[in-house]
Design a protein around this ligand. Sequence first.
Ligand SMILES: Cc1cc2nc3c(=O)[nH]c(=O)nc-3n(C[C@H](O)[C@H](O)[C@H](O)COP(=O)(O)O)c2cc1C
Length: 160
Amino acid sequence: MTLNADAKKVLLRKIPHGLFICGVREGDQVNGFTASWVTQGSFEPPLVVMAVRSDSTSHGMIERSTRFSLNVLRADQKDLAAVFFKPQAGVGGRFDAAPYDEGPLGLPLLKDAVGGVECELVGSVAHGDHTVFVGEVKTATLIADGEALNLASTGWNYGG
Ligand SMILES: Cc1cc2nc3c(=O)[nH]c(=O)nc-3n(C[C@H](O)[C@H](O)[C@H](O)COP(=O)(O)O)c2cc1C
């Protein structure tokens, strides 16, 4: 059986996605990157599922620290999402564009966003070019409820 690659691409791009800043910390080093492959995975305990490129800096930091945060961007924060997917000179430099507080788990939570959650890693599937991480939501900080940024509104694609 051969996969119809064109149909696969069109169909997988129909999956709706939000846009988030995933925050990571390993010792004194913090980093953050734009993530769209994110969804909820359980009500109780509250789980989130996020796929992370295996060749990214943050991938190893999540594996070693077993934690990550997810910051929910406002609908008007597209420019910030772009900062967090572009290559950076030094690890963590992207936060120059977006001040953060340390959450109760020590992870970066943006000061200006809808809010953010901190998660402890409870599972992973490493198969292919991304690892699917499952995180249990341990803290939640709501700054100001409002419309969140989604991938479709940006004209960007990540998927297919
Ligand atoms: C629209 C968009 C969505 C993205 N979504 C993800 C994602 O869900 N998971 C991921 O690992 N990378 C995603 N990326 C790519 C990362 O943001 C990018 O590789 C980043 O540079 C990784 O940073 P790091 O190497 O400092 O960890 C996305 C990029 C774009 C443009």
